[in-house]
Design a protein around this ligand. Structure first.
Ligand SMILES: C[S@@+](CC[C@H](N)C(=O)[O-])C[C@H]1O[C@@H](n2cnc3c(N)ncnc32)[C@H](O)[C@@H]1O
Length: 252
């Protein structure tokens, strides 16, 4: 197994299902929290009501590209960047072939095949996927009207470094949307770089307060909302999480 989980076949098929799977794959006999379905699509609509311009969008930590493709319904040029080459390869494959058959676990070693299909309204021809590091973005990428970081910050070794420089890639009037369940794990982020989830001098430090402290010199907070999502484990088990979305506009 690759040392980076996100390079593994397991991650590729989990994320293809998470981003493109039909409801039936998650809901046993229709039972389950329907508000938690289609997280990637919902993230790809976080610009709605906030972003004035619709030329360019950036999806950082795009995984297999579900939010990038949702963004392509609105934006003329979308760039999806992920550190894991295996996820980027899968994103390119699904956006070219527009459908795939993936194997999902039903019970123990028992699997079944399910089809996933891109929505007709997506514009894959407007999306470019590439491997890259959200903490070291190239200046040549240019500026974007909307930047999405969906469930990325608690998977970065140094989230603060990424957040402190992200304004360089945001156009005037541009909007930044961050979602995160704030699941801090030393496996991804050394503890000295956690944005929250620890005590400092006896006081609880929370990631949302750190986000405000890091971003507010340059950004204005426009909105927050709760964004539930499901990661499927097997036919009768899903992991239910609630990310917090925060939406920010570059201050003028
Ligand atoms: C929890 S997943 C979220 C994926 C997707 N945005 C979503 O909401 O389903 C975190 C993603 O961040 C990617 N990632 C981790 N470190 C990264 C980095 N330094 N630069 C870009 N992507 C990174 C991982 O490969 C993975 O695809």
């Amino acid at each position: 197994m690759p040392t980076n989980f996100y390079e593994s076949n397991k991650a590729v098929s989990e994320y293809l299902l998470f981003h493109y799977g039909e409801d039936e794959a998650f809901l046993m006999n229709g039972i389950g929290p329907k508000e938690a379905l289609h997280f990637a699509r919902r993230c790809g609509r976080l610009w709605d009501g906030f972003a004035k311009n619709s030329e360019r969008a950036l999806d950082l930590g795009c995984a297999v590209g579900g939010s990038s493709l949702e963004l392509s319904k609105r934006f003329d040029q979308v760039i999806g960047i992920d550190f894991a080459q295996a996820l980027i390869d899968a994103a390119i494959r699904i956006s070219e072939e527009k459908s795939a058959v993936i194997s999902i676990v039903d019970e123990g070693e028992v699997t079944r095949e399910v089809s996933i299909v891109l929505e007709k309204e997506t514009r894959p021809e407007n999306v470019r996927f590439r491997q890259g590091d959200a903490m070291n973005l190239e200046p040549e990428l240019g500026a974007f009207d909307f930047v999405l970081m969906a469930n990325l910050i608690d998977r970065l070794p140094e989230p603060k470094r990424c957040l402190e420089s992200i304004h360089n890639w945001i156009a005037p009037d541009g909007v930044l949307a961050i979602t995160s369940p704030y699941t801090w794990l030393e496996e991804f982020t050394p503890k000295e770089h956690w944005l929250g989830g620890y005590y400092r001098e006896g006081r609880a430090v929370r990631a949302f307060d750190s986000l405000k402290a890091i971003l507010q010199p340059r950004f204005e907070l426009l909105d927050t909302r709760d964004m539930p999502f499901l990661i499927r484990e097997h036919a009768r088990k899903n992991q239910y999480s609630i990310a917090q979305a925060s939406i920010w506009k570059l201050s003028t």
